[in-house]
Structures are given as structure tokens and as C-alpha cells.
Design a protein around this ligand. Structure first.
Ligand code: SF4
Ligand code: SF4
Length: 307
């Protein structure tokens, strides 16, 4: 594996309840990555790869600011060039506190920050909070700060969500930071809650890699580690557990052909998983699924119990 990017799901806890969320997160979840484990994963990954970037997200990583800052410091000591975080900006609730936090983040080495704002986030997080978080980060001179915006169709579309998102963006325009707009990922809550806006995709054919993660399965350049230690090459598609074996070994020994699930996904796609002996009792109504990835995750969730 030619690993270039390492990602941590710092926690599965989130203080928002966005209806489009693709991650399985909630306020009641308690999983948080341990700082010692995080240092170990960084050391291990660096020992076998030349990392270009490192990202922390969740859930909401800033629910644990000291932990996030300690991890950014470690990544900075290891000279990873791009140190990145996705946050919903709730920590801008108190302006003074946000100013102090942003300076600490900057000093820890964070140089890229995406603050998620749109119709979905702002159903739960008042707009003033991400605005303050962004302004504090600009003042702290964090190099690359942007709004991370999700649309259902496009920013000029007439559906209620995209219209509201356009309005949110307009209100935040004076902050003057970059805007990154991407389309909703039709998995998780998005596939369930926003189905009427999503176009039905064909479920057949090999996995072409995740368009958002941008990494294929045959030679992934990005892995995500969960608080449980699971090392994923796609959404919850684990190739080992870094709490149980050295991450350097998991990275070095990765071979897509040795894992029957991954091999099937590469050669046939998620529908191929239904032919595996372990799936013989599973019944799926393919019409229920709006995207190949939603279908894939649902089958894998069921297969995991028998694998
Ligand atoms: S989209 Fe982000 S802020 Fe919203 S529930 Fe999911 S993790 Fe939390
Ligand atoms: S969810 Fe499944 S089909 Fe989608 S990119 Fe990941 S492995 Fe491929």
C-alpha cells in the first residue's frame, strides 16, 4: 500500500444530529480514541510510509479539544506537511474561548480546517458559532480555512435544503474564507432521510472506489482508524485492528486479493457478496437501496456477524 494520507475518527460522539450524516454518530456514543493509541498509530504509519496529510474528524473532534491538540502536536513533530481537521464549529459559541482554542490549534501545527456549514448543520448549530470559530481561526493565522458545504443537488437548486444552504453561505460571505461544495453522499442517514431527492443508482458492477474518499481498494493511499482500532480502507471496511497488531504490519502486508470481501468488491461489486456462502441466508430487496455504497455497507454489516 502506498499510503499518503492517514485519518482518525477521533470519536463517534457528536453534538449535532444532521439528517444527512453519513457517519454512525450520536450524542450518546462514547467511543473516543486514546492518546497513547493515537501516538502509536502515527509512529507506526510514519515508519512505513511518507505521509502527505493527516486528518482528524468524528463525530465532532472539538468535543475533546485537548486530545485533538495533543495529536496535532505529535503529527507536527513527525513533520507531516498537511494537518487537517473537519469540525462543525460549535466551539465558537463563546468568542473569547474560541480565540484561545484557535491559537492553541495553530501552535499545535493544524494548518487546514474545514468548518461544516449548510442547511443540515444549521438545524442544530446556530450560525454564529461556526462564524466565530472561523474568525478566531483566521485571527490565529491558521493557513487554510474553508467552509465545508454539502448540497443535495447544487447550490442553485430549488429544493428546500439547497435554498437554505445558499442563504447560509450568503450570511457567512463577510468572513471571506474559501467555500468547498460537494454533493451529498448517498449512504447512512442521507440515504434514509433524503431519499426523495436522490437518484437511484445501479447497484451492479465492481466497486469503483469512493468518490469522496478518492481512494480505491487495490492500492489505497488513505486509511481511516476508528476509536476501536479498526483500520478501514472504505466506510467500515476493515483490514485489521491496530490495537491488536502493529499498524505498520497491517499497512505493509495489505493485499486486496487475500481478503475475500475486498476481492469480491473489486471484481464483482457489492452484489457479488451475496454469492458468498456466509450470505446464503441473507435476503435483500435491492430496490430499497439508492446507491451501490449504501447497499454495500448494509450487506457488510450483516456479513460481519458471520465472518
Ligand atoms: S455531519 Fe458532522 S456535525 Fe453533523 S452529525 Fe455528522 S459528524 Fe456530526
Ligand atoms: S462502500 Fe463498498 S462499493 Fe462503495 S466505495 Fe466502499 S467498498 Fe466500494
Amino acid at each position: 500500500m502506498n499510503l499518503k494520507r492517514l485519518e482518525f475518527t477521533l470519536t463517534t460522539k457528536c453534538n449535532s444530529r444532521c439528517i444527512h450524516c453519513q457517519a454512525n454518530v450520536s450524542a450518546s456514543k462514547k467511543d473516543v480514541m486514546n492518546v497513547k493509541d493515537a501516538y502509536n498509530y502515527l509512529n507506526e504509519a510514519i515508519s512505513v510510509s511518507r505521509l502527505e496529510s493527516f486528518m482528524v474528524f468524528g463525530g465532532e473532534p472539538m468535543l475533546y479539544p485537548n486530545l485533538a491538540i495533543a495529536i496535532f502536536e505529535k503529527a507536527n513533530q513527525l513533520r507531516i506537511p498537511r494537518i487537517d481537521m473537519i469540525t462543525n464549529g460549535f466551539w465558537g459559541k463563546d468568542k473569547n474561548h474560541a480565540e484561545k482554542l484557535a491559537v492553541k490549534l495553530k501552535n499545535a501545527g493544524l494548518n487546514v480546517m474545514s468548518i461544516s456549514i449548510d442547511a443540515f448543520h444549521q438545524q442544530h448549530i446556530p450560525l454564529g458559532h461556526p462564524r466565530n470559530a472561523a474568525l478566531a481561526s483566521v485571527n490565529a493565522r491558521i493557513e487554510n480555512i474553508s467552509w465545508n458545504v454539502t448540497v443535495v443537488e447544487d447550490i442553485d437548486a430549488e429544493n428546500e435544503y439547497d435554498k437554505r444552504t445558499k442563504q447560509v453561505l450568503k450570511e457567512l460571505e463577510p468572513v471571506g474564507i474559501e467555500v468547498h461544495i460537494h454533493k451529498i453522499i448517498p449512504v447512512g442517514r442521507a440515504a434514509r432521510n433524503l431519499r426523495k431527492y436522490l437518484q437511484q443508482e445501479s447497484l451492479s458492477g465492481p466497486c469503483a472506489g469512493d468518490s469522496f474518499l478518492g481512494s480505491g481498494l487495490t492500492n489505497p493511499d488513505c486509511i481511516t482508524i476508528e476509536p476501536s482500532g479498526e483500520v478501514d480502507v472504505c466506510w467500515h471496511l476493515s483490514i485489521g485492528n491496530a490495537k491488536k497488531e502493529a499498524l505498520s504490519k497491517i499497512i505493509s502486508l495489505y493485499d486486496w486479493q487475500k481478503d475475500i470481501v475486498i476481492k469480491t468488491l473489486v471484481q464483482e461489486g457489492p452484489t457479488g457478496l451475496l454469492k458468498l456462502p456466509e450470505a446464503k441466508n441473507l435476503r435483500f430487496h435491492e430496490k430499497q437501496y439508492v446507491s451501490k455504497c449504501q447497499f454495500c455497507m448494509e450487506i457488510r454489516k450483516n456479513l460481519c456477524q458471520s465472518f
